[in-house]
Design a protein around this ligand. Structure first.
Ligand code: 5GP
Ligand code: MN
Length: 362
């Protein structure tokens, strides 16, 4: 609970903060807000992650504190000599990647601040709530429990960025009156203006990124009576567009934005297999399907990585989908009764049309 986590952190002279691989805005924003707060309390803080921050978070105040773990003796010593290792925004120690062995070998106490389901119980103290919108919301509560007057512009900005990214700009189920109260307090204390923060996070598409979006939209397919839609990003699409997987951030929201769609999937091919993003609307849960492929996450947003050929992974996930998501149970016998629904034939026809279009000279 917050008291025991606070006590361990504030009684430390040195703390290492880490977060999950391929960190997102909530991961980095929470990590940095906690770092600024602890430094203000006289604690020496090191932020070490397996992967660098995403490019659209490089402007966060204090981002230079976040270092990529390189396995060097120097960094291992920081972990070894720390009083506490704090992990934010993941429920499992293994999600911090290659730092895990160094953290397990260290005599440091371990604390967890997280909002995912079923947090691991290998920590000395935890502050977790799976109904929280974000790790940022919990870091806010932790700081406020000590003294909300510690919240300065840097802390407020990082927490605002964390909460806005993990709530889809305040639209998901996880958004409660409490979230808006937290954010109102952050805006006031940090004297923040939301517009430049949103612009810095979201108006960051590149030309290659938008070209990749065009190609991935052409791959869009609809299944299960229009309730599931998915897109793929193959390695050749990435190469053609001269884009990177970072450019595909948020693409999964396009299939989800389709009328009638309840579940959206994005398959991104890598050298070893496919990264899958799962999204759903309302009460429809995708985390069971993600778990069936050794992934995990939240009810409406989950992920997994599956080894194998892209086409095989797509087929395997589509075949498993109705077993784990009730609303997909009945594949169509295409009654044609609902004009909103796209049958497989319709979508095949549509994609043929789209292909014809993209091949004809403009
Ligand atoms: P995204 O699709 O944005 O990569 O991930 C959505 C959410 O799914 C993340 O916030 C995280 O909670 C979870 N997630 C993503 N990838 C994995 C994974 O490989 N394993 C697990 N356990 N969870 C994941
Ligand atoms: Mn999060």
């Amino acid at each position: 609970m917050p008291d025991s986590v606070l006590r361990l952190l504030l009684d430390s002279s040195s703390v290492v903060i880490s977060t999950h691989i391929r960190p997102d805005g909530d991961a980095i924003g929470s990590q940095l807000a906690l770092a600024h707060f602890l430094e203000g309390q006289g604690v020496t803080v090191y932020c070490l992650n397996e992967d660098p921050p995403p490019p659209n978070m490089e402007w966060l105040p204090g981002i230079e504190k976040v270092k990529v773990f390189d396995g060097s003796l120097e960094q291992r010593r920081l972990i070894d000599d720390a009083d506490v290792v704090a992990v934010v925004d993941t429920n499992k120690l293994e999600r911090i990647g290659s730092l895990q062995t160094a953290v397990e070998a260290s005599r440091a106490k371990r604390v967890l601040i997280d909002h995912h389901l079923d947090p691991e119980d290998s920590f000395d103290a935890t502050f977790t709530r799976d109904t929280a919108s974000s790790a940022g919301e919990l870091v806010y509560e932790l700081i406020a429990q000590h003294d909300a007057d510690c919240i300065n512009e840097a802390i407020a900005t990082n927490l605002y960025a964390a909460i806005t990214t993990d709530t889809g700009s305040f639209r998901y189920n996880s958004v409660t009156p409490h979230v808006h109260e937290v954010v109102a307090d952050l805006l006031r204390r940090g004297e923040l203006s939301p517009e430049p923060i949103h612009s810095a996070i979201y108006d960051t598409r590149t030309l290659p990124g938008l070209r990749l979006l065009a190609r991935s939209l052409e791959s869009l397919k609809v299944r299960f009576r229009g309730r599931l839609s998915y897109m793929i990003i193959s390695r050749s699409m990435l190469a053609d567009a001269e884009a990177s997987t970072d450019d595909a951030e948020g693409f999964v929201n396009y299939p989800l934005s389709m009328r009638g769609v309840l579940v959206a999937l994005l398959f991104t091919e890598t050298a070893e297999g496919a990264k899958i993003s799962f999204r759903s609307k309302g009460q429809v849960a995708v985390n069971k399907l993600a778990r069936a492929f050794d992934g995990g996450g939240h009810r409406n947003a989950s992920g997994a990585f599956v080894e194998g050929e892209l086409d095989d992974v797509v087929e395997a996930v589509l075949a498993a989908a109705p077993k784990h998501i009730d609303v997909l149970e009945k594949e169509p016998e295409s009654t044609g009764s609902d004009p909103e629904e796209l049958t497989d034939e319709d979508s095949e026809y549509l994609s043929q049309l789209l292909n014809l279009k993209s091949q004809s000279p403009s």
